[in-house]
Design a protein around this ligand. Structure first.
Ligand SMILES: [Zn+2]
Length: 160
């Protein structure tokens, strides 16, 4: 079972309350919460002693060195690795999983303009879960894993 916080915030355009599940309350060391594309299903991913994650970080280092990418340590910071690691995880229903809360959109009017304060106190909700798998990563050769990381780094570098 997995419980996450739910925030209820008012849309500033139509005035209706929207409920959003957030991962911000999970601060356990070495644990990330993966979500599917629609943020309806979540998974607790243990990173400590996780051989895929360990290899992933090591290969980021190697790829940065081999391609003369500046400052490999920058790409090992959590704000970057949360964006990169989904590339190593199997997609769910054809979509990449995410370790971050997505952009908020009002379900009634489509606006993304919300009040800064909660409409009611934060509450904990039991969420649907899935298991993060690494089959496609495990079936790749090491060269193919490095190529995948290089592609992912290229994607990310355009964003930062
Ligand atoms: Zn709205």
């Amino acid at each position: 079972m997995l419980y996450l916080d739910t925030e209820v915030v008012k849309c500033l355009k139509c005035g209706k309350d929207n409920a959003f599940v957030t991962r911000a309350g999970i601060t356990e060391y070495g644990v990330w919460i993966a979500g599917d594309h629609n943020c309806t299903c979540f998974s607790r991913v243990q990173l400590i002693d996780n051989p895929v994650f360990d290899e992933f970080l090591e290969l980021i280092r190697q790829v940065c060195i081999e391609h003369n990418i500046d400052d490999p340590e920058k790409y090992l910071l959590p704000e970057i690795t949360t964006k990169l690691f989904p590339f190593a995880c199997d997609p769910v229903d054809g979509n990449k999983i995410s370790f971050r809360d997505g952009p908020r959109v009002c379900r009634y009017c489509g606006s993304n303009d919300f009040a800064n304060t909660l409409s009611k106190p934060l509450y904990s909700t039991e969420v649907e879960t899935f298991d993060v798998t690494f089959d496609s990563w495990n079936n790749r050769t090491q060269d193919a894993r490095k190529q995948m990381i290089f592609n992912a780094l290229t994607d990310i570098r355009n964003e930062i």
